[in-house]
Structures are given as structure tokens and as C-alpha cells.
Design a protein around this ligand. Structure first.
Ligand code: FES
Length: 334
């Protein structure tokens, strides 16, 4: 795999693994080469899916001083690509390959107002930030939205720690988040840090732009696997290299191309950096854009995709897909 990250890999030993909410497992790792995890940092972890090693990223929820122990939390989602099942099966004493903490969602200290927004398991990306902002006595509001309380990890701990600074929205209780109201409440100099499903982040991004707030004050981290549609198998072709391969439901296009022997560039593997971009030459079906790299206009043009997260979906009923009803995307790589 060609990657631009200067990752330092090490061994992480599981010292705790417990259920903290519906389908959410908290896993504490003791790294062999500890390094402090700043707020917003994550670990890349090597998981085994169907006998193959794949890389997955998980936010660091808590870090003991000097990074001697790092806590992450993993949601076993229905649309999981297999990594979360591997992680949920880990037991105390197991070890796995992990990176030292990596940072691409840094918290800027010194803003006048902070808004932290977490949707579901996205809370893991902002828990550490909120703790730091509280310790700094910063002006912050932490908005946490979820389906129901049982599915919201760390909810009671966050309520104890943040008190009135925490605003909770629960769909099943009829208190769903209203994004327009939230964005309307932001000051012109508010910095928003968010992590959640792509639909939520997309709505926030549109509302932010509509209000003409400073776009550089909108910062986000993605899951890398949440899309507009459930993942389905599809075919990817690269005629220039004589490659045609099927992308499994539990696999990204990037992983499928790598498995087919194609040298691919990648970095974040979460749809943020654009390094894995491929050009679409032909498409039988449609694209489920799952990145946050392209603008809406670029996504609608369907000329390029971030193949680490985005997928092809079959044509709508009535149209015919070429192979066994699967979508087929023909691409070129530079
Ligand atoms: S590797 Fe960064 S967007 Fe795909």
C-alpha cells in the first residue's frame, strides 16, 4: 500500500474491553511505544477481515498522561465493513498493530466560542476536546445527538462532567437536533468541531455556508464508512491496466484495487484528503459520495471520486446494470 503518512506502528495490548452502550465497545490499549494523544487524535489499527489485514481508524477518547494507556470506542454498525466485528471480539490480553496517535482534527486553542457537535458514535472524536475546553475554562457548548439514550456512549459521564454545557438531543424522545437552529445560534467567530454521520455533517455544512459563517471555522472528522445508501457490491474496471474486480460490501474500492495488485496512493482513508482520487470514465449506476473532500458541485459532476470511501450503487429500477444487476464503474488512476 502506498501511503504518505509517517505512521509509527507499534503493538497495542488490550487491557480493558467492555460494552458501554448498544453495540459500542470501549477498548483500552497499552501501547509498546507510548506517546501522548492530543485532543482530536486517532489511532490507525490493523484489523483482520476474512484473513486479510485492513487498516481502520478510531478516535482516541481518553489518554493517560504520556499515552501509557489509550481508550477508543468502536460501534458495531450494520453497514460495518468487518473491522468493528474484529474489534468487538478482542479480549483482554490480545494484542494488535496500532499506530502512535495521529492528528488530523486538531483543536485550536484560543477561540472565543466553541461549538462541539457529535452525532452518535461521532462523540468519540470530541470527548477529549470537550474535556480540554472545560479544563481551559473555555466558552463552549457540547451538542450530542443520538437515536436513543441506550445507544449514546459516555452520555452519563458527559452530563456529570459538562453540566449545562452539554445539550442532548434524542430522536426517540422527540428532541431531535434542528441543525438550522443550531447554526443560527452560532456567533460569527464560533469554531465548530463536529463528527457524525455524513448526512448530518452535510446539512450542517450547507447551513453554515447559507449563514455565510467563516468556512475555516467549520472543522470536522468523518467515520469513513457512513454513506447515503447501504453498501452494495459493485464492479470496478481500469481498462488501462486490464483490471476488473468486484468490490465487496465489506470492502472499499481502494482495498479492492489494492487486492487486485493496483498501486494506489492513499493517506487518510476517510474521504478527507483526496489523495486516493480516481477519475470516472464510465458509470453504469450512480455514485454514493461519502467523502468530505469535494464540493457539492464536484460531487454532482461525478467525474472523480475518493475511492477510499465512496461507492457505486446500482441504477434505479427500470435501468439495467451490466453485470448481475451490479453497478459498474470504469475508472482511470493517475
Ligand atoms: S485516502 Fe484520503 S480521501 Fe481517500
Amino acid at each position: 500500500m502506498a501511503s504518505t503518512n509517517n505512521e509509527v506502528w507499534q503493538v497495542g495490548t488490550v487491557v480493558e474491553s467492555r460494552r458501554i452502550a448498544t453495540d459500542i465497545q470501549r477498548i483500552v490499549l497499552e501501547p509498546s511505544r507510548p506517546k501522548t494523544a492530543d485532543p482530536g487524535s486517532h489511532l490507525d489499527v490493523m484489523v483482520t477481515i476474512g484473513g486479510e489485514e485492513r487498516k481502520r481508524s478510531y478516535s482516541v477518547v481518553e489518554s493517560e498522561p504520556n499515552g501509557q494507556r489509550l481508550a477508543i470506542s468502536v460501534l458495531k454498525a450494520p453497514q460495518s465493513r468487518g473491522g468493528s466485528i474484529f474489534m468487538h471480539d478482542l479480549e483482554v490480553g490480545d494484542s494488535l498493530e496500532i499506530t502512535q496517535p495521529l492528528q488530523n482534527f486538531p483543536l485550536r486553542v484560543g477561540a472565543k466560542h466553541y461549538l462541539l457537535l457529535a452525532g452518535g458514535i461521532g462523540v468519540t472524536a470530541v470527548v477529549n476536546m470537550a474535556r480540554v475546553l472545560k479544563n481551559l475554562k473555555a466558552n463552549y457548548t457540547f451538542v450530542y445527538a443520538g437515536r436513543n439514550r441506550e445507544a449514546m456512549g459516555y452520555l452519563s459521564e458527559l452530563q456529570d462532567l459538562h453540566g449545562e454545557n452539554l445539550v442532548v438531543h434524542v430522536d426517540d424522545e422527540g428532541t431531535s437536533l434542528r441543525v438550522e437552529e443550531l447554526v443560527d445560534s452560532a456567533h460569527m467567530d464560533t469554531e465548530l468541531y463536529m463528527c457524525g454521520p455524513i448526512r448530518l455533517m452535510d446539512v450542517v455544512r450547507r447551513a453554515w455556508i447559507e449563514r455565510e459563517l467563516n468556512f475555516t471555522n467549520l472543522r470536522y472528522e468523518t467515520f469513513g464508512n457512513s454513506g447515503w445508501y447501504d453498501p452494495e457490491e459493485f464492479i470496478v474496471r481500469i481498462p488501462g491496466l486490464g483490471v476488473e474486480t468486484k468490490v465487496g460490501k465489506d470492502q472499499s474500492m481502494l482495498e479492492a484495487l489494492e487486492a487486485a495488485g493496483v498501486e494506489m496512493m492513499s493517506d487518510c482513508r476517510k474521504g478527507e484528503c483526496g489523495l486516493c482520487e480516481v477519475k470516472i470514465v464510465e458509470l453504469d449506476g450512480a455514485i454514493d459520495h461519502r467523502d468530505v473532500f469535494y464540493s457539492e458541485r464536484q460531487q454532482q459532476a461525478t467525474k472523480k471520486i475518493c475511492c477510499c470511501v465512496s461507492r457505486a450503487i446500482p441504477p434505479k429500477s427500470g435501468a439495467s446494470a451490466s453485470i448481475d444487476g451490479l453497478a459498474v464503474v470504469t475508472v482511470s488512476v493517475s
